[in-house]
Design a protein around this ligand. Sequence first.
Ligand code: NAI
Ligand code: MG
Length: 367
Amino acid sequence: ATHKLLLLAGDGIGPEVMAEVKHVIGFLDKQGIASFAIEEDLVGGSAYDAHGVAISDAAMERAKAADAILLGAVGGPKWANVPYEARPEAGLLRLRKDLGLFANLRPALCYPALADASSLKREVVEGLDILIVRELTGGVYFGEPKTILDLGNGQRRAIDTQVYDTYEIDRIGRVAFELARTRRNKVTSSEKHNVMRSGVLWKETITALHAKDYKDVELEHQLADSLAMQLVRWPKQFDVIVTDNLFGDILSDIASMLTGSLGMLPSASLGALDEATGKRPAMYEPVHGSAPDIAGRGIANPIAMIGSLGMALRYSFGLGEVADKIEEAIAAVLASGKRTGDIRTPGGPVIGTADMGAAIVEELGKL
Ligand code: NAI
Ligand code: MG
């Protein structure tokens, strides 16, 4: 099958790291490992400069038609004063909203060669491979009412509302259980049912879903505060963690720091499975931003972006073995001591974006 991939490189270091992904894609294509139909378009500040909007309708149509989207990063000081509706992030938000990308996947993978870059001890993180599945379109970030009231006596009152419907919990739970089946078959569901009604519904819904369709997967429940503590104490006890929008935001940032640099971290955002076509809208992007402080200098780390391609191969194209090979190639390059500036060993030599990309392609050729 030919996989339709839309590349939205975006701003700042986005195009620099995307260039390295294109080399990996070119290699896979040339070797006959996978076949791609590539389209490219603009998003963020670069789309604003060309069209006056953060993503054009034409680009949105391409996004909907694609099997998967790879996005670099958006934003930068150049667009600090553009109209609010056209700010670079609006492009990202429109993609997430119009494609219904409700499930955010953030793996925390610790390459052995980088275990000493973690904020934790080597034995705690070496070989770590966990996946946080965060609900992305509901919860307290979107629930109504959401307002600040003037109480008139010099006091104001801020209100945010946590809202979850059964279907929202059910569909994110399914994503987590399905992913666990492709990994170590364990799901940890996290909420705070001891103090939140949404936590009660979350726990009941996940428990019922498990009993109905996923009895083969091990399920445990952990309160979110306790989970935060366990993530730092002994993270290797986890496989897939599923949680709501707010807790997922915080827990995934904690998990990311177990593994080292922002420049290493990929992510995926998935939408609803279309039963008729078997397809699921999906966008893959590095966790990092456009890094204006280093943009244009050819020194950004392309590993998060290349890892995002790996996630697309794994979760959109059924090419998990190829994704494994990309991870192996990255591990081998790191083990050989090659480093971009963000992951350098103190005093050690540093290579640029293009050399890191080329080194990964070269390792891929050996596997
Ligand atoms: P950032 O992630 O762009 O940069 C934070 C720090 O990490 C910087 O020192 C940067 O040089 C470094 N860094 C990031 N990625 C790197 C890589 N691949 N290799 C080496 N070093 C790397 O976050 P920041 O500075 O808060 O935001 C910069 C711009 O990016 C802002 O306009 C922000 O709105 C936007 N942004 C966009 C995101 C996206 O497109 N999804 C996510 C986060 C921020
Ligand atoms: Mg965050």
